[in-house]
Design a protein around this ligand. Sequence first.
Ligand code: PLP
Length: 421
Amino acid sequence: MSDQTATLTADLTINSWGMRAVQAMPGGVSSNFRMAEGPDQLVVSRARGAHLWDVAGQKYVDFTCGYGAILFGYADADINAAVAAQLELGYQVSATHTREVQLAEEISLLLPGMESVRFHTDGSEAVQTALRVARCATGRSKVICFAGHYHGWLPLGDESNLVVLPWNDIAALTQAFDADPEGYAAVITEATMCNNGCFEAAPGYLSVLRQMCTEHGSLFILDEMITGFRLGLQGAIGAYLLTGNLGPDLAIYGKALGGGLPIGLLAGKRRYMDVLASQAVNHSGTFNGNSLSIAAAVATLAKLRLRGQKFYMDLHERGRKLMADLEGLGREAGMPLQVRGPGPIFWVTLGEDPEALPVLGGRAVEPAAYQRFRQHLLARGVRVMPAGRWYVCASHSDDDIDFALAVVRASLGAMQEEAAE
Ligand SMILES: Cc1ncc(COP(=O)(O)O)c(C=O)c1O
């Protein structure tokens, strides 16, 4: 990575692994979202710290961080050791196991108001359980969700029960509840609109939303898949002081909790979670609570506790500094580059925000200028997600950040040259 302005030599679009992937798997991927990276999509051979290597041996500084699942870095030594130890103790035992109980207790103590938890293999499943719990607890089927938010690939057919409103808009919520005061099982929301633009909740918005849910007998479901364990040890609940009467009834976690291994978690108030115990709602899964993911999550929490507040202060500072430096480069280049978000996750735009789409198709559509920018970054050794989202992790060193900034400067320059042609 010595010459920071040079593009990589390997042909990223046509490599035999890429072609084999497309032949063997629809779109060459196991998750449709990855197709958004387009023909330049990486075929990765290994990852460590904040770096990925592709099949041609090219190294990338990575700001996708496993779409938010990587908090410490790829192949973190402590997470690896915990998983290796669990391999020796056995896994997939199809029974409640000691670490699972330990983790459930620990999370309930950590997250205010979350008295009981159920483990899943990913966030989409945990969201589906949350919606079933809310519907069973209230005897209602309609759910309010918000344009631009994403809650996993929900079952087809559920759309007719989802009412999509604009977010951060109290008047829209009031209108919906006025029109059907006892009609909604729940309101589900991200605390920061991480999946589209990284807009933060307006001051007081989540509290008003909570109060309206209470008033109308609807459950408040907070989707912390991205914010959980990333904004702080108590995620958005801690960041937005959503405790006591203002706390959610159910909350969803995953991603960063699992230290890079697959996990989803539904946490909630016991009186609602009890519909699972009574079997009024079915929630089953061969791999739920699998010991390897649980061991990784236990190690993640142990590591976070050990490092204390300093861990999150550093993560926020690293993110915020990168945000400011990116904006500085945009100004220097005379490009409309803007940055928004809390720091550990943020959003970069080049003059155009993605469109806020309804929740089921809520993955952000990538504006053309940003796509070109991302391709320039990738060609120079920096990988970011499509559409604008960036994550930072604890392994991003000053050198990584300096390298990325040099690549951004070169990429903006290349885009200006293209525009002049
Ligand atoms: C806010 C939110 N909820 C739910 C999900 C679905 O989680 P998973 O991809 O683990 O199924 C995601 C995934 O990105 C998400 O960002």
